[in-house]
Design a protein around this ligand. Structure first.
Ligand SMILES: NC(=O)c1ccc[n+]([C@@H]2O[C@H](COP(=O)([O-])OP(=O)(O)OC[C@H]3O[C@@H](n4cnc5c(N)ncnc54)[C@H](O)[C@@H]3O)[C@@H](O)[C@H]2O)c1
Length: 210
């Protein structure tokens, strides 16, 4: 087991927020920050901040706090945002369009190299400079290109066919918007499911229990 295997997912899920807030502080030319102040921004305790960052080596200095730019770079490296992972997007509908048009993939270590749809009316249109290909070209494209991950923005009922194809080409990392349980079909895949409704339900709970 590597050191990183013992780090809990809740710590890992806080890292993007650390990175986002530190980037904002860095943009405001703020050089240093105490764990207390960082905790306030993160809405966690100072001891939680220290515990989180100690999982990766600490980075703070007694009596100084954290260097904003250094900590931002450390977290960037931990998250692996310096990579150039090749991604494809399946489903150029409302959601696929929003994902392709509004995400700054390069800043996040990804390059969106192709988009696919099976609707003739969408094929040939452009999303963020990328021409939407026919889904029938997927196999050929996967044969000719190295692909690290697929972003799935298709209806749940369409996923199985597409997933089987992608998996057969060795694609095992999925950013999944499709409400389909990928891990239940292929348990050696790395999946991040995105459910906007979960976030709204969490808000609902908090409003209900205020
Ligand atoms: N995760 C979330 O939070 C969230 C939010 C909204 C919608 N969704 C889900 O995401 C899916 C997409 O939503 P949308 O609003 O973009 O729908 P949409 O109908 O606008 O787009 C779906 C697109 O997928 C394409 N498609 C269907 N089968 C395909 C296939 N086999 N290969 C390639 N393309 C194919 C369609 O032609 C269409 O362009 C829906 O099923 C919806 O349930 C998830």
């Amino acid at each position: 087991m590597s050191k990183n295997d013992s780090i809990s997912m809740s710590v890992i899920r806080r890292l993007p927020r650390y990175y986002r807030f530190l980037s904002e502080l860095n943009d405001q030319n703020i050089d240093k920050i105490s764990s207390t102040k960082l905790a306030q921004i993160m809405n966690v305790t100072a001891s939680q901040v220290r515990q989180d960052l100690n999982c990766f080596g600490g980075f703070g200095q007694q009596g100084y706090g954290y260097s904003v730019s250094q900590l931002k770079e450390e977290i960037k490296n931990i998250l692996g945002l310096n990579n150039d992972y090749k991604a494809i997007l399946i489903g150029a509908g409302n959601l696929g369009k929003a994902v392709a048009m509004h995400m700054n993939f390069e800043k996040l270590g990804f390059e969106l190299i192709a988009c696919f749809d099976n609707n003739e009316q969408k094929v040939g249109s452009k999303l963020n400079g990328i021409t939407v290909k026919n889904e029938s070209e997927l196999d050929d494209f996967c044969n000719k290109n190295h692909i690290d991950t697929a972003f799935l923005c298709i209806p749940r009922v369409c996923v199985e066919n597409v997933l089987d194809k992608l998996y057969s080409h060795g694609i095992k990392n999925y950013w999944n918007f499709s409400h389909y349980d990928i891990n239940a079909r292929y348990n050696d895949t790395m999946v991040e499911n995105v459910h906007l409704s979960d976030s709204l339900m969490t808000l609902c709970y908090r409003m209900n229990n205020n």
